[in-house]
Design a protein around this ligand. Sequence first.
Ligand SMILES: [Zn+2]
Ligand SMILES: [Zn+2]
Length: 297
Amino acid sequence: MKCQRCSKSAVIFQKYSNAHLCKSHFIEDVERKIKRDIRKFKMVGRSEKIAVALSGGKDSIALLYILTKIFRNRTDLEFIAITIDEGIRGYREQTLEHAIKLTNELGIKHTIRSFDEGFETTMDKLAAKKEHAACTLCGVLRKNILNKAARELGADKLAIGHNLDDEAQTILMNYMRGDIDRLKRMLPGTIQPGMVPRIKPLRSIPEKEVALYGFLNDLPVSTDECPYAGEALRNEIREMINNYEVKHPGTKYSLLGGFEAISQFLRPPETKIMLCEKCGEPGSEMICKTCSLLGRK
Ligand SMILES: [Zn+2]
Ligand SMILES: [Zn+2]
């Protein structure tokens, strides 16, 4: 198959747009969508310090690479990377290595924080207790420590590598749980006290295309998978959306577009943000989710 924009051979067929693209036109297409979203949602402002959440997995690796490429001429901006070591044996070692390698190559300041240092425990120890679902617990703790690190480093924004698949799943999950407050908090530009505003530059890029982009640019790919099984509802929804996408190409974009269209009718979340009595971090209750999950007294 030939690329529809030139005569080179295609590396991808985008079913949702009915387009065959060669390597350079595919890369151009991915970067165009990201630049469009950055402008549309005003993700990056003048002279900002942008912290990138760098797990070392394919999404965050691609995110840091793309951001530094797109903004290579913007000397007013500063990019830094934050990696969280959750303490998961046999999983974090390789991704951590990739994160260190990429930040060295790009000359990006890199901060590594761990659950061990932040909470005096590890994900392996917490999971062994079986008190809470591992992924829910890990997600809450990671978000807490990432935000704290970004704030302490003086970041104006925290960039997260969520791709189109992640966003479509989260939107549908929130609908299915009837959790409209959480849906509202997904709106780009939502400001909450004590929280470094999060931006998601990859939100319009399908997961498979993020992987292909990384492969075509020789970015490190991790083969290690997290040993914890994932959130049950999310796993079901992922499978369902992927099946729909095959039969009805464009479903993931429709979920995102539909959410954007109704978002103008949503008022900001009603839950007030307060500072936790135990740790001083922002949350929606007197004792934050992190402290209550850790059983801090
Ligand atoms: Zn081409
Ligand atoms: Zn707390």
